[in-house]
Design a protein around this ligand. Structure first.
Ligand code: FAD
Length: 310
């Protein structure tokens, strides 16, 4: 994967390190003089529709912070809308969401709105997770927003009967880290899920674990593998039983010490919460998004990398 016409240096291996990827991105930015256009170390807190230009109407309509449109002056978007062209005024108003009172036709007639983005410019390094009093909070209006915030952060774990009784260790693949492999020495481990995380973790910990069981709905029959012959592929997990028991769909019962949920992640866009832009809580699906890329009613809001599964 690379930018068109800008290949990685020839010596780069196909599994390149994060440092090599960073070098590559920086050299692209150098080459095209992009640094002045990029603000690093910023954390986006909210994205709201700031203005809604209608088809055939060059003026903009602004919303308010609670998603309703404010007091009436003139409106192409229903009672209560305010029109104008001053985006600074929109920014000052903290932007708005979709007017819940708009008809479907009115919503569909709107296009390419602008976006008020509230973000925190970190005073500490970008990696600092907590907000600092010295951070600068900025509200700025943008013509378009591209959401590239990833979706491997908020973990998903299924509800399985009997988990409350289980006395072993329970963790999610997100908590797994290479030095952590020692935690699996001599253990009987169940990895729930046989996609990338489940198979990668099983392969790695099988070098030290007593046995690794990988269960998944898509595993039709039991089979054995792994370099040490201690990896078992099993059918779907049915329930937990007692202190250490795990029962599979085919009725089999095993005892394990550790369960690793390799069950993936939820979509989460905290900065869009309450905006009314995504219908149904963004968990396993994002709606309404055309081709997993563009917001159906507001295509100046786009999403990158939604279809990826791990
Ligand atoms: C265990 C695992 C193994 C994988 N292995 C591979 C592999 O071998 N090969 C492969 O090609 N892919 C692999 N992937 C997938 C790959 O990591 C993703 O496809 C890739 O990271 C997606 O890139 P992204 O830029 O869309 O999102 P991310 O890499 O998740 O980046 C999102 C960025 O947005 C930032 N962000 C989030 N919220 C905000 C906010 N409010 N304000 C500001 N910034 C914010 C985050 O800090 C982060 O830096 C793997 C993923 C996982 C979880």
């Amino acid at each position: 994967m690379s930018y068109f016409g800008f290949p990685f240096p020839e010596e780069t291996q196909s599994f390149s390190s994060h440092a090599q990827v960073l070098d590559y991105l920086c050299s692209y930015a150098d080459e095209h003089d992009l640094h002045p256009l990029i603000s690093l170390g910023c954390s986006v807190e909210s994205v709201r529709l700031a203005s809604l230009p209608s088809v055939g109407d060059s003026s903009h309509t602004f919303g308010s912070v609670d998603g309703s449109l404010s007091s009436s002056e003139d409106s192409s978007l229903g009672e209560g809308a305010v029109t104008g062209t001053d985006t600074a005024a929109a920014a000052g108003r903290h932007g708005g969401g979709i007017d819940q009172g708009q008809s479907k036709a009115e919503v569909e007639s709107t296009t390419l709105g602008r976006w008020e983005v509230v973000y925190r410019r970190r005073s500490a390094p970008a990696a600092a997770a907590v907000a600092d009093d010295d951070d600068q909070v900025v509200a700025e209006v943008f013509d378009a927003v591209c959401v590239c915030s990833g979706h491997f952060d908020e973990t998903y774990t299924p509800t399985v009967a009997g988990l409350d009784e289980f006395q072993g260790t329970v963790m999610h693949a997100r908590e797994y880290d290479i030095p952590g492999v020692e935690a699996f020495v001599g253990k009987r481990v169940l990895c729930v899920g046989a996609r990338s995380s489940g198979t990668d973790i099983a392969r790695e910990i099988s070098s030290v674990a007593h046995a690794v069981h990988v269960c998944d709905r898509s595993n039709p029959v039991n089979s054995k593998g792994g370099e040490r012959g201690n990896v078992w592929w099993r059918t779907a997990l049915e329930k937990f039983e007692g202190a250490n028991g795990v029962r599979f769909k085919n009725g089999e019962l095993l005892e394990v010490d550790t369960v690793v949920w390799c069950t993936g992640y939820n979509y989460a866009f905290p900065f869009l919460e309450g905006s009314g832009l995504l219908t149904a809580p963004a968990s396993k699906r994002v709606h309404p998004v055309f081709e997993h890329l563009f917001h159906v009613y507001h295509p100046s809001l786009s999403f990158v990398g939604l279809p990826q599964r791990v």
